[in-house]
Design a binder for this molecule. Structure first.
Ligand SMILES: [Zn+2]
Length: 106
């Protein structure tokens, strides 16, 4: 698995110079609100609201069309892993991975 976007995403807003909050797609500065470069192609999922990531429980502003919130780096990870299609719907690969995780013995 490649390194999570948690560690590779841009850190600083090129518009206002503030540091980005890691879990958000948009700059935290209320007078700025620039979308991170990693999300310019995915502005459809970047909201003005905030919710809780279904995987990590952390706050985020990234929401899938089905209503699921995803922490910004995890959204990019999921996209790269082929877990989301071009319309940001879960793919069979994701559903299979999820089923495997559920069935895992502890
Ligand atoms: Zn900014």
């Amino acid at each position: 698995m490649p390194k999570s976007y948690e560690f590779t995403m841009s850190r600083e807003c090129s518009k206002c110079g503030d540091l980005f909050s890691i879990g958000f797609a948009r700059c935290d500065n209320p007078s700025c609100g620039k979308v991170r470069p990693e999300f310019t192609k995915h502005e459809k999922v970047v909201t003005k609201d905030r919710g809780t990531c279904i995987w990590s429980g952390r706050n985020t502003d990234v929401r899938l069309p089905n209503g699921d919130w995803l922490w910004a780096p995890y959204f990019l990870d999921a996209l790269r892993a082929g877990w989301l299609d071009a319309n940001y719907q879960y793919t069979p690969q994701y559903l299979a991975a999820k089923a495997r995780k559920k069935g895992r013995k502890t």
